[in-house]
Design a protein around this ligand. Structure first.
Ligand code: HEC
Ligand code: HEC
Length: 302
């Protein structure tokens, strides 16, 4: 081999080794097991305040001009359509029939420069038209605003289509979301087990979960900092007010909506109740193992 060609070979080998050093750690990053894409469909839009206000007016006009049944049918179709969404990721993919899909994993952050490190769990949408404010940090006050911003950020033509089109899609999806109700459970039918009935008494009494998880959807529609632990290396700041707070989620269908909390840090309801008992902002609750079991049975019945 001549000298120059040997030099080229050495350079090539160095290039390949260098590339592998970059690619392998990215591919093997620990904890990256979720099957949802790396993109947050709900990231902030670039719409100005006045553009958003105009769009919301248009959404209200569409909602008044069509029948509810027509809007719901269109909304359901858009919710399930992989062709309108970026990366083929329909709403349905992460919020399956309105529920949370435990097999899908969580959406990873950071999503851009300056964003926090951590994960956000897709919440279920049971009774979502009654659970304002929206998102884990409760930063959007209305469902119309939530959906309009999501279409803008996540639909393929979200930023290029006429605003009238966005308004029609948003009115339809909002109407569909308004029909999403939790599945019928032993809580609804009055067929809870004796353990679940004891758990209900604890929920309302000794453990006082009802202080925040109140009403038919088990949420006070407010934010609280309950000391949920960060994931390893996590820097999720939560809401600015109260500092580090997150939005109280519904507990309907809790048995099927794991993993739990904004970052999915707990995988079982037993872990959640043990967290409240000994680590949370309301700890210690002094619950015995039997009482923890009863509370879990109650959550399972919701
Ligand atoms: C890649 C998964 C994914 C897709 C696709 C997706 N979402 Fe979400 N959704 C999430 C996550 C994660 C959150 C919580 C985000 C946060 O608060 O940081 C969320 C939150 C929401 C909320 C707020 C619920 C609440 O109670 O606060 C609504 C409403 C919602 N999504 C509707 C939609 C609609 C409508 C679509 C389709 C246009 C959609 N989502 C597509 C993952 C997804
Ligand atoms: C001070 C208000 C407060 C009290 C009291 C409270 N919670 Fe919560 N709960 C919250 C908030 C806020 C979240 C969301 C926290 C987060 O994601 O970081 C939450 C989340 C949960 C979740 C996870 C739901 C999901 O879909 O991820 C469960 C389950 C739960 N709470 C059950 C209980 C039980 C059981 C009790 C009583 C032992 C209780 N909570 C007491 C405010 C409260």
């Amino acid at each position: 081999m001549t000298r120059p060609s040997r030099r080229i070979l050495v350079v090539l080998v160095l290039l390949v080794v260098g590339l592998l050093l970059v690619i392998v750690p990215v591919a093997l990053r620990p904890g990256d097991t979720s099957t949802v894409s790396r993109r947050d469909p709900h990231r902030a839009t670039n719409l100005s305040r006045s553009q958003m206000a105009g769009l919301l007016d248009a959404v209200a006009t569409v909602a008044r001009s069509k029948s509810k049944a027509e809007l719901v049918a269109e909304g359901q179709q858009l919710f399930r359509s992989a062709s309108v969404a970026k990366d083929g990721e329909s709403c349905q993919g992460c919020h399956t029939n309105g529920g949370a899909n435990p097999d899908l994993g969580t959406v990873p952050h950071p999503q851009g420069p300056g964003d926090f490190t951590g994960r956000r769990d897709p919440p279920s949408l049971w009774g979502v038209s009654h659970t304002a404010p929206y998102f884990w940090v409760g930063n959007v006050p209305t469902l119309e605003g939530t959906v309009t911003a999501t279409i803008n950020a996540h639909f393929k033509t979200g930023t290029s289509q006429p605003t009238a089109k966005t308004a029609e899609q948003a009115a339809a999806i909002v109407a569909y979301l308004d029909t999403i109700e939790a599945p019928v459970t032993p809580f609804d039918t009055g067929t809870m087990s004796p353990a679940a009935v004891r758990g209900e008494a604890l929920f309302r009494g000794k453990a006082d979960c009802i202080a925040c998880h109140a009403g038919p959807l088990f949420t006070d529609n407010r934010l609280h900092n309950t000391n949920v632990p960060q994931l390893p290396g996590g820097t999720d700041p939560g809401a600015p007010l109260p500092p580090g707070a997150f939005n109280t989620p519904t507990l309907r269908d809790a048995r099927n909506t794991g993993p739990y909390m904004h970052n999915g840090v707990f995988t079982t309801l037993d872990q959640v109740v043990r967290f409240y008992n000994s680590q949370s902002s309301v700890a210690p609750l002094g619950l015995t193992d039997a009482e923890i079991g009863d509370l879990v049975a109650y959550l399972d019945a919701l």
